[in-house]
Design a protein around this ligand. Structure first.
Ligand SMILES: O=P(O)(O)OC[C@H]1O[C@H](OP(=O)(O)OP(=O)(O)O)[C@H](O)[C@@H]1O
Ligand SMILES: NC(=O)CC[C@H](N)C(=O)O
Ligand SMILES: [Mg+2]
Length: 508
């Protein structure tokens, strides 16, 4: 679940892109990159690490220009090599750079086709580099020296016909401008805003509206599913739906976990949807757990806090912050390996014993995925002296892999896979476990925008909205990307040479 930004400005955009990326950091902690255009030349800085560590003053000074795009990465395909950090660049036609959030489901076939049909070589294992080359190929089929909006939209229509999966994308083309597009299901979020200046209107695209607000851009609207928006270097704005069939089905996990609560996605306040999740789950607990003598509701920081507060209010029970979060440790779920994720939970969260001692506590989390957090947290609550430890999850059982931009490729790694609630309860060691139902989750989110009638919910129900995901595909992805396959590959690659190697000679 990466974060992307793009700005067509009237003055240098480097700082605004940097600031936008810092508030999207929760979407990707592995790598960051910014690319700008000045004098028909790209300047790129990308590397593994957090935004604050990747960009030093010397890089920022060189990222000149009034137009640029940026990316924070959480790998869902390929490797975590810095060569796969984004934005990606291709030199023909014109020179194109791209930042992509999402995951393609037919990247392998597209890569093959690119080679045989277009003799284009994709050097990394990243699906985003494939997407960039497909776009480049389609733009390059037009032999005009200067493409207009209709040419851009024709190319995107071709891209949408070939590419399958989730893609919220911002491309930047030398001599032209920014071309932003969202897949026909609108699985991954993408918004845009504008800012009036004395020199003209500036436009900004971002994964989440929070990036617009901190950069002083006024939110205009979400990019629609299948829509492409082209803003020229001098600020002319064009938009068009570039798919014959669109069906809006935003990823419901954005609301459960990924997005910041102060963002709006598809006209839904993420915060409000989380409060609604709390109301629904609170009511279910009231109905089904009348016999449990709960003393206190405790969230598992940070994402579940808004949900737990609402549950406490529905149950008319005290809400206590019984766990303190170490502000210097990032999100554990999006860390790359299970070993690191496991260690980080303990480093990240610590119990305040007096909030647990002798009490029946209800711990609340937004979701239980691998069970890394919940199993350790239940143990910590017991160590802190809790009498009974009950557990509530605001999302239903996560039983199926995700293929659209969340790195959950292996069903076997999911704690709920092949287990019922009793088994999971035993496995995390709680005295009772309750899950939100899928219909309550959908209702909780849709309440904020009744126009959205479908969501991408494959991790809960195994229904893949793009229609091209079958068991064979899932088996292949599992073999390629399960934790042990990934760590073997990463070890083997750690000493390999990269084509892109910005760090060299920079005294990192
Ligand atoms: O069952 P698991 O595999 O552990 O995954 C689920 C947990 O991971 C996430 O927290 P994370 O620490 O990533 O971020 P947060 O601080 O935003 O809650 C999520 O909020 C759950 O707590
Ligand atoms: N989380 C994402 O959006 C990842 C984008 C892309 N699939 C990558 O792995 O770099
Ligand atoms: Mg959490």
């Amino acid at each position: 679940m990466c974060g992307i930004v793009g700005i067509v400005g009237t003055s240098p955009v480097n700082q605004a892109i940097y600031d936008g990326l810092t508030v999207l950091q929760h979407r990707g902690q592995d790598a960051a990159g910014i690319i700008t255009i000045d004098n028909n030349t790209f300047s790129l800085r990308k590397a593994n690490g957090l935004v604050k560590d990747v960009f030093h003053t010397r890089h920022m000074k060189r990222l000149q220009g009034n137009i640029g795009i940026g990316h924070v990465r959480y790998p869902t395909a390929g490797s975590s090599s810095s060569a796969e950090a984004q934005p990606f660049y291709v030199n023909s036609p014109f020179g194109i750079a791209m930042a992509h959030n999402g995951n393609l489901t037919n990247a392998e076939a597209l890569k093959e086709r690119l080679f045989t049909k277009a003799r284009r070589h994709v050097n990394t294992t990243s699906d985003s580099e494939v997407l960039l080359n497909i776009l480049a190929y389609e733009l390059g089929r037009n032999d005009k020296m200067k493409l207009d909006a209709a040419d851009m939209f024709k190319a995107i229509s071709e891209v949408n016909q070939q590419v399958s999966g989730g893609y919220a994308t911002i491309a930047m083309i030398i001599g032209h401008g920014i071309l932003a597009f969202r897949d026909p299901h609108g699985i991954r979020p993408l918004v845009f805003g504008k800012r009036e200046t004395e020199r003209g209107v500036e436009y900004m695209f971002a994964s989440e509206s929070v990036a617009l607000s901190i950069d002083g851009f006024e939110f205009v609207r979400d990019v629609a599913p299948g829509e492409a928006i082209y803003v020229t270097e001098d600020g002319q704005f064009y938009s068009q739906i570039c798919a014959d069939k669109t069906m809006h089905a935003p990823c419901i996990f954005e609301f459960v976990y990924f997005a910041r609560p102060d963002s709006n996605i598809d006209n839904m306040s993420v915060y409000a949807t989380r409060v609604n999740m709390g109301t629904k789950l609170g009511e279910k607990i009231k109905r089904e757990w009348a016999d449990k003598d709960i003393d206190v509701v405790i969230p598992i920081p940070e994402t579940s806090c808004d949900i737990a507060l609402e549950i406490a209010s529905v149950l008319n029970l005290p809400y206590r912050q019984g766990f303190v979060k170490n502000r210097y440790i990032g999100r554990t779920f999006i860390m790359p390996g299970q070993e690191q994720r496991k260690k980080s939970v303990r480093r990240k969260l610590n119990a305040i014993d007096r909030e647990f001692a002798g009490k029946n506590v209800l711990l609340v989390d937004d979701s239980i995925v691998r069970g890394t957090t919940s199993a350790q947290i239940v143990e910590m609550a017991r160590d802190a002296g809790a009498k009974n430890v009950y557990f509530a999850s605001a999302a239903p059982e996560v039983r199926f892999p995700n293929v659209y931009g969340i790195d959950m490729p292996s069903a076997a790694e999911l704690i709920a896979h092949g287990r019922d609630v009793e088994d999971i309860n035993a496995s995390i060691g709680s005295d009772g476990l309750i899950y939100q139902s899928i219909s309550d989750l959908k209702d909780a989110v849709a309440l904020e925008n009744p126009e959205i009638t479908r969501f991408e919910t494959s991790v809960f129900d195994g229904q893949y909205i793009t229609g091209d995901v079958n068991q064979d595909y899932l088996n292949r992805i599992d073999a390629l990307r399960n934790d042990s396959a990934k760590s073997t590959r990463e070890k083997a690659m750690s000493a390999s040479l990269e084509l892109h190697n910005q760090e060299t000679g920079e005294g990192e």
